[in-house]
Ligand binder design. Structure first.
Ligand SMILES: [Ca+2]
Ligand SMILES: [Ca+2]
Ligand SMILES: [Ca+2]
Ligand SMILES: [Ca+2]
Length: 276
């Protein structure tokens, strides 16, 4: 594992005009090796200890994780399952009726009930279950105080993908609570294997993460030679969702940050791998 720092200014010049991004540092994590576990462990450490499981309410420290593998997670998973039934502060949505699927619910293996060829393409980080939006390849992750209908933010999020064949097909887009883009990360390819990407932020708060899985909704055969890249998801990792401060508090914070006037920004990349 190695570290290096690159300026983000050229990539994200738009963010320079946003006062909320003063002095922000993002650390990004990538891995598409045969074993991504060391990078996932480094990301868990960056998010913080402990794993807060399904504890309700907001805790001061630690992280939340979703591996989809518990038997109670249904094949047709509702969008709010991981805040209402299992309280981990994450609610998902799509532009297409917010439909989701979780594999291996008795009759299914790695989504072979959707397409019989998929088990040859997909791998698991945490066996046996995988996750996907349904009817679209784009989903949104919104954060809440665990088990409550109180919007929240995080300062880091990462996800594991399987069967990324084409570069630039799969990415995470991070947004603040105002909808300003914080960073866009493309995931490295790893056909029939696993890819991890994640980012943590020093001062910015992430209000929403948009996940793009390949370039098609799940359903067709994976056919990258003809430009069709089906990709699905395994584990999600994010730090403890914290409630969004009251508007008066935000106003005071914004005023103070503008006064500092140092809108420097840089990013640190951990373990970049180039396997294709
Ligand atoms: Ca498989
Ligand atoms: Ca799993
Ligand atoms: Ca493939
Ligand atoms: Ca694929």
């Amino acid at each position: 594992m190695f570290f290096f720092t690159i300026p983000l200014v050229s990539m994200m010049s738009l963010t320079l005009i946003a006062p909320s991004l003063a002095n922000a540092v993002s650390t990004t994590f990538y891995d598409n090796d045969a074993d991504i576990s060391s990078t996932v462990s480094a990301f868990q450490a960056a998010l913080g200890e402990p794993d807060n499981g399904s504890a309700p309410g907001t805790l001061a420290n630690g992280r939340r994780q979703i591996n989809w593998d518990a038997g109670i997670v249904p094949f047709n998973m509702p969008e709010d399952f991981f805040n209402s039934r299992v309280t981990r502060g994450a609610v998902f949505s799509t532009s297409n009726n917010s439909q989701f699927r979780v594999s291996n619910d008795g009759f299914d293996n790695e989504f072979d009930s959707i397409n019989a060829t998929y088990p040859d393409q997909f791998d698991t980080f945490s066996a046996p279950r995988l996750f996907t939006p349904f009817g679209t390849n784009v989903l949104e992750v919104n954060f809440f105080v665990s088990g409550r209908n109180i919007p929240a933010t995080v300062s880091g999020f990462g996800a594991i993908f399987t069967d990324i064949d084409l570069p630039d097909s799969t990415k995470l887009d991070f947004f603040d609570t105002q909808g300003q883009s914080l960073i866009s990360l493309y995931a490295p390819t790893n056909p029939q294997g696993l890819s991890f990407i994640g980012a943590t932020f020093s001062t910015e708060r992430v209000g929403r993460v948009q996940i793009t899985t390949g370039n098609t909704a799940i359903g067709p055969n994976d056919d990258p030679i003809n430009g069709v890249d089906v990709v699905v998801l395994d584990d999600f990792l994010y730090n403890e969702p914290q409630p969004i401060p009251e508007p008066a508090t935000l106003l005071l914070l914004g005023t103070g940050i503008v006064g500092i006037g140092l809108w420097k920004r840089k990013t640190r990349v951990i373990h970049t791998s180039t396997k294709s």
